[in-house]
Design a protein around this ligand. Structure first.
Ligand code: HEC
Length: 439
């Protein structure tokens, strides 16, 4: 054996990195939430970087995480899960606006809006959860960078079960989605990897789309590979305009919505539909899709449907598939991306600047209030124009109302309390509505 060498500079750097890593891990405390207690109360007590463990039991609440580095982790014991139940009353299960947050091993069910949603969060991880409908979106990371959505089971969504909206650098891998209008959807997003998912018995299996009138105006570099896309034939219960039964859909905006947006690129670009297993999709197409198939003379269900003039798409295995509208897709060169792209996440966490109070107000409005309110028409609650007129400049009064809503209108249901939102966030959202919101 040779004598020990002096530590090289790089070894020293490594040691320091290791020590600081260990230190940073040791810094976070672990809080435990037991059945009958409130998860939100633990989030309130937690400091950034803390881990919150949730014991098996029933939790009827909305959990709002506005701190960085929180790890919300369910404990599953003897088959018993921590269950968050919205009882078809509450709008959101877990709402995250902090950066670097982990949500794992929770059973989230029956929230009217979103099961698990991140808004403006970067560097997040949503893993090993079960999200059960009815809900609108089961798992909905929105407007964030660098995330991982893995090993979740999501079903019973009245829209997309996993919906990646206005996001960059996200891996959606090893999930199972079913019994939803869309199994997995990427919308107005860039650098998204959709791989190794089992997407079955939905109306549409996997979709990449563009929606108008959003701050992100394009969609680019979506890779769809190694998924099992099977039996996506479910009867469509969504409003007319949605379409039945396709495996993968790459669609331009006008196919779904007709609101014009001049500043937008209406077509997703650079979608790669690589090798996937397609089984028995679209055996019962209806509506617009049925018409399209009739025009094209296609009798069988469609594995891959594309509309519009997106650029730089490619498709693998074309001859094995029934496709429609993929003429402008190149044949993907074998192995190109499979070998080169193992993940779309960034090598290092992206810089996550804290949001200003104004930005938090806007994000909270988008994440929470739009579940029930729109600007100028009646949804679950009254239109925001009416609310603006009622409250004028009195943001404090509005903030107080949403903490303790009282019944005002006989023809509306009761508004659920938003007191899980911290006081400063309630005021920020009230200010945003009264002084900035204009459409
Ligand atoms: C789950 C649905 C739901 C969510 C989420 C929701 N609201 Fe409401 N909201 C309602 C309903 C329903 C009413 C009508 C209640 C009534 O008039 O009795 C209402 C009424 C209101 C009013 C009218 C108060 C008044 O004096 O007439 C305000 C203000 C309001 N909401 C603000 C908000 C804000 C801000 C948010 C987001 C933080 C929000 N709401 C989230 C359902 C919701």
């Amino acid at each position: 054996m040779r004598g020990s060498k002096p530590m090289t500079a790089s070894a020293l750097a490594l040691a320091i990195a290791w020590i600081s890593l260990a230190a940073s891990q040791a810094l976070g405390a672990t809080l435990t939430v037991k059945a009958g207690e409130s998860i939100q109360a633990a989030v309130k007590r937690a400091l950034p970087g803390d881990r919150i463990e949730v014991e098996p039991g029933l939790y009827r609440e909305t959990v709002f995480i506005d701190k960085d580095g929180i790890e919300l982790s369910g404990i599953v014991r003897g088959g018993q899960w921590p269950v968050l139940d919205g009882e078809n009353e509450l709008n959101d299960g877990v709402l995250v606006s902090g950066h670097g947050v982990t949500i794992e091993r929770l059973w989230v069910k029956r929230y009217k809006g979103n099961g698990i949603m991140t808004q403006g969060s970067n560097n997040y991880r949503i893993a090993y959860n079960v999200v059960e409908g009815p809900c609108f979106y089961a798992i909905f990371p929105q407007f964030g960078k660098n995330g991982l959505v893995t090993h979740n089971v999501a079903f019973g969504s009245e829209d997309a079960a996993i919906y990646v909206g206005m996001s960059d650098n996200v891996d959606v891998v090893h999930n199972q989605t079913y019994a939803s209008i869309i199994g997995i959807e990427s919308e107005n997003s860039h650098d998204i990897l959709i791989e190794n998912n089992y997407v079955h018995d939905n109306v549409v299996g996997i979709a990449t789309t563009m929606l108008p009138a959003l701050p992100v105006k394009s969609s680019d570099r979506i890779i769809i590979r190694n998924n099992i896309v099977a039996r996506n034939n479910m009867k469509n219960t969504a409003p007319p305009g949605d379409n039945d039964g396709v495996g993968v859909m790459v669609s331009e905006t006008n196919f779904l919505v007709t609101t014009p947006d001049d500043r937008m690129d209406p077509f997703p670009d650079s979608t790669q539909v690589l090798r996937n297993v397609f089984l028995n999709n679209g055996s019962n197409p209806q509506g617009t899709l049925r018409d399209l198939l009739d025009i094209a003379g296609v009798e069988r269900g469609v594995d891959v449907l594309a509309t519009g003039k997106g650029r730089d798409h490619c498709i693998a295995d074309r001859l094995a598939l029934t496709t429609l509208g993929t003429r402008n897709f190149a044949d993907c060169a074998p192995g190109t991306t499979s070998a080169a792209v193992a993940s779309m996440q960034t090598a290092k966490p992206v810089v996550a600047t804290p949001y200003t109070a104004d930005q938090k107000g806007r994000l909270t409005y988008l994440a929470v209030c739009t579940g029930c309110h729109t600007y100028n028409s009646k949804l679950v609650g009254p239109p925001m124009v009416v609310i603006k007129a009622l409250y004028g400049k009195d943001a404090q009064r509005l903030a107080d109302y949403i903490a303790k809503p009282v019944r005002k209108r006989p023809d509306y249901p009761e508004m659920p309390s938003q007191d899980y939102l911290p006081e400063d966030i309630r005021l920020a959202v009230a200010r945003y509505i009264l002084s900035e919101l204009s459409h």
